[in-house]
Structure formats: structure tokens, C-alpha cells
Ligand binder design. Structure first.
Ligand SMILES: Cc1cc2nc3c(=O)[nH]c(=O)nc-3n(C[C@H](O)[C@H](O)[C@H](O)COP(=O)(O)O)c2cc1C
Length: 246
């Protein structure tokens, strides 16, 4: 296995870290990897906001639901859907931008954000840093918009904490690869058995970590997927001029 594959296949989210800063050189290299990533139609409709200021990090931790460990990460990078940037180009071409009002637009920005997130994760882990992606920044998107000074036609999609690892963790097991990889045609026939099996595996993982609060995969998902867990996303996206049912 080459080094890149090894890094990707050793991924784990790190929530125990030292408070020492992440150097400029490392940060620049990580961001350059995301900047170089493929982007749908070469639209480049995402932007990053790098947050290092302690008070701003504390505010993000608060907006994310009081996860204080987020504020202790020395750098947070917020990936933003940026249809403000593309609107300038579309206007320059004498056209009116509509795509930001559509499911397609929101989806494509989320896709490009995911690609940038993945590129930064691999880059950071290749430098020996730990990471935690932060979907919880969408818990209070208006708060994030105000904090980061985001204009209309933009939306904070996901964050990434970059950290120096203190206590490492074993890899979190995944569901059987047959539930993930389908050859030629989709086949869900093994899902039920695989889910039963995975629920046991994940409970063993929590036991290994000494976590008595751990839930099964299905139990955890039942708790979060029974409702729209970040209900502010849609109304705030609409107020930003995005997602207008097209
Ligand atoms: C888009 C995305 C958003 C996430 N948001 C959060 C978050 O807000 N807080 C958190 O602690 N972990 C978050 N995670 C980390 C996941 O919980 C983690 O990736 C998953 O449990 C698998 O564990 P692993 O990364 O250690 O393999 C997020 C991961 C992704 C990909």
C-alpha cells in the first residue's frame, strides 16, 4: 500500500488534542490542496473562511451546540457555498444567475465542499495532524453568517477542525463493504444482516473505548434521523437567496 492510501485508510476523527497552534506553512499547504481540487463546471462556487481567533472559535463552539472541545482546536476552517462569487461572473457575462435557487445549485456546492473537505483531510493527516469535520456549524447557520460576515448568496456548509493529536483513537469500524460497494447493479439484499452485525461491532468498539454511553448504529441514527436535526438550514438558506424550490 502506498503512503497516500495508507493515510486515507487510517482516517479517524480526533477529539483529544494539544492546544499548540498549526503553523502557517502547514495551513497553507492544506488549503492549497483544497484549492486545487476538482470543481463542478470549474465554477469554484465554494470559499473557505479560516478562523484562528480564540473568541471567534469559542463562538463557533457555542453555535455548534456547546461543544467546548471545538473551541480548543487551534484552527477551524469553514467551507462556504459561495454563489456571491459566481454571481459576479454571471453578471459580467450579462446574464442573471438562477442556479443558486435550485436543489441542483445547493447540491453541487455541497458536493464541491465535500471534495474540498476530503482533500484537506488527506493533506492534514499526511502532515501528522488530526481532524474533525464539523457539520454542527449548520445548527445555527444565521449565527455563523453573522460571525463570518457572509453576504447574501452564501451559506456555511461544513467546518473542519485541524489539531495536533494528543490521544489517538482506534479506527471506527465501518459497515460491511458489501453495503457500500455495488458491482454493476445496486443490491440491498444483505443490508438487514449487515446492519445487525454492525450494531454489534459498533457496541464492541464503544466497549473498547470504555464508553458506556455508546449507542448502536441504528439506535444513534434513529435518534438523529427521526427529525430534521438542523431545521434552520432551509429557512436561513432561503433568506440568503438560496434554495428557492427550483
Ligand atoms: C460532513 C461531516 C460532518 C461531521 N460533523 C461532525 C460534528 O459536527 N461533530 C463531530 O464531533 N463529528 C462530526 N463528524 C465526524 C463523524 O462523526 C465521523 O466522521 C464518524 O463518526 C466516523 O468516525 P471517524 O471519522 O473517526 O472514522 C462529521 C463528519 C462529516 C463527514
Amino acid at each position: 500500500m502506498n503512503e497516500t492510501l495508507h493515510i486515507q485508510q487510517s482516517h479517524r476523527s480526533i477529539r483529544s488534542y494539544k492546544t499548540e497552534p498549526v503553523g502557517d506553512e502547514m495551513l497553507d499547504a492544506i488549503i492549497a490542496s483544497a484549492h486545487r481540487a476538482p470543481t463542478s463546471m470549474n465554477a469554484q462556487e465554494i470559499s473557505l473562511v479560516v478562523v484562528r481567533d480564540a473568541e471567534r472559535r469559542a463562538r463557533i463552539a457555542e453555535l455548534a451546540g456547546g461543544q467546548t472541545w471545538i473551541s480548543q482546536a487551534p484552527v477551524l476552517i469553514v467551507i462556504v457555498a459561495d454563489f456571491h462569487k459566481t454571481d459576479l461572473g454571471v453578471r459580467k457575462a450579462g446574464q442573471t444567475q438562477i442556479v443558486h435557487e435550485s436543489m441542483e445549485g445547493f447540491g453541487v456546492a455541497a458536493l464541491d465542499a465535500g471534495i474540498a473537505l476530503g482533500a484537506m483531510i488527506t493533506a492534514a493527516e499526511s502532515l501528522g495532524l488530526g481532524v474533525v469535520p464539523l457539520g454542527s456549524i449548520r445548527r445555527n447557520p444565521q449565527g455563523m453568517i453573522d460571525l463570518l460576515g457572509l453576504p447574501p448568496l452564501t451559506f456555511p456548509l461544513v467546518g473542519l477542525a485541524l489539531v495536533h493529536i494528543k490521544d489517538d483513537v482506534p479506527l471506527k469500524p465501518r459497515m460491511d463493504i458489501e453495503t457500500f460497494r455495488h458491482d454493476e447493479r445496486y443490491d440491498a439484499s444483505g443490508y438487514t444482516a449487515a446492519i445487525d452485525n454492525y450494531d454489534k461491532t459498533i457496541m464492541d468498539y464503544w466497549t473498547q473505548l470504555g464508553r458506556s454511553d455508546g449507542l448502536t448504529w441504528s439506535g444513534n441514527l434513529g435518534n438523529s434521523y427521526k427529525a430534521v436535526y438542523f431545521p434552520q438550514v432551509r429557512p436561513v438558506a432561503a433568506m440568503q437567496g438560496l434554495l428557492n424550490d427550483k
